[in-house]
Write a protein that binds this ligand. Structure first.
Ligand code: ADP
Ligand code: MG
Length: 296
């Protein structure tokens, strides 16, 4: 006996490295007319490296002590930026004190107590809070972001201790996948990120993305998805992070990155790119459409 078309489409998707969780998902995928990507870890490789370390001039930290505290605070985090800090600390042979009272705020950063200091590591939004812009830190952040890099601010005991510049690369398959999805849906994919506008704009230009929105918290990503849905779009959202989980749930179909994806993203998504291969996305939408033509 032959398999029903939706089931054989699921089996075929599996061969492309996509785990589709149900036949209903396969049906909905066929209607996709807008693809929305997360940036860090989704369109980018998600293995950023620390490119520059700028301790606050006249502050208490040098490059080594700044990196040591920041990496120690990130140790419990599963965010790609945390991995970059840990790798940089390891390269320099720094031994990291344990982190206590760790708190992660998706889309913003982390904080923990390290060697008796309260250490916060995260987006430049940290500078908008009670922490003043000290010693021209804002200028360093602006310069880093203008280069298309991610600026991470380190605050120690409520004093701005320094800025790290992190560089990530577009996945090699990103531009081709974006072009194929543009051809399939008739619309250029969009980009939603918690990172800064400089990094978002640069990656969008590099990969052929249509519109890019930066500085978004998890709930802002949901708002963007809903706005497209209210405009009549059927949205396929691709993401990897804890910060993407609400948007993955809100989208018509949510697709998680299997290797880089956080547990929450994997559980929330309707389908998983098992090998993080973006080239499987256009193949998946095509398959879903073909399966529907057979189900009448
Ligand atoms: P994206 O939406 O591109 O996947 P995220 O929402 O995960 O990005 O992160 C957005 C921004 O929040 C980062 O660019 C960074 O400034 C900050 N951030 C989030 N998590 C961390 C972390 N663990 N360490 C440092 N910064 C973080
Ligand atoms: Mg991400």
């Amino acid at each position: 006996a032959t398999m029903p078309p939706l089931l054989s489409a699921i089996a075929l998707a599996g061969r492309h490295g996509v785990l589709v969780k149900s036949a209903v998902v396969m049906e909905r995928l066929a209607d996709t007319d807008l693809v929305v990507f997360d940036k860090t870890g989704t369109l980018t490789e998600g293995t950023p490296r620390v490119a520059e370390i700028h301790p606050t001039p006249g502050g208490r930290h040098d490059v080594g002590s700044l990196l040591r505290l920041a990496a120690a605070a990130e140790h419990p985090s599963e965010h790609p930026l945390a991995g970059a800090l840990l790798a940089a600390a390891q390269e320099r042979g720094l031994d990291l004190p344990p982190a206590h009272d760790f708190v992660a705020t998706p889309g913003r950063g982390v904080e923990a107590t390290v060697a008796g200091h309260r250490v916060r590591v995260g987006s430049p939004a940290l500078l908008d809070g009670p922490t003043a812009d000290e010693a021209g830190v804002r200028d360093v952040v602006d310069r880093v972001q203008a280069q298309g890099r991610t600026a991470v601010v380190v605050v120690v005991d409520d004093r701005t201790a320094g800025v790290l510049a992190l560089a990530d690369r577009a996945r090699p398959a990103a531009a081709t996948a974006v072009a194929a999805l543009t051809a399939l849906t008739g619309t250029r994919p969009a980009l939603l990120t918690g990172d800064n506008a400089g990094a978002a704009g640069r990656l969008a230009a590099e990969t052929g993305i249509g519109e890019a929105h930066a500085g978004l918290l998890p709930a802002d990503k949901v708002d963007r998805v809903r706005a497209h849905q209210h405009a009549g779009r059927r949205v396929l959202l691709v993401g990897d992070g804890v910060n993407d989980a609400p948007a993955l749930a809100a989208a018509d179909t949510g697709v998680a990155m299997g290797r880089h994806g956080s547990d929450l993203a994997l559980r929330t998504a309707d389908a998983v790119l098992v090998r993080d291969d973006l080239a499987a996305l256009p193949a998946l939408v095509s398959l879903a459409r073909r399966a529907r033509r057979l189900v009448v």
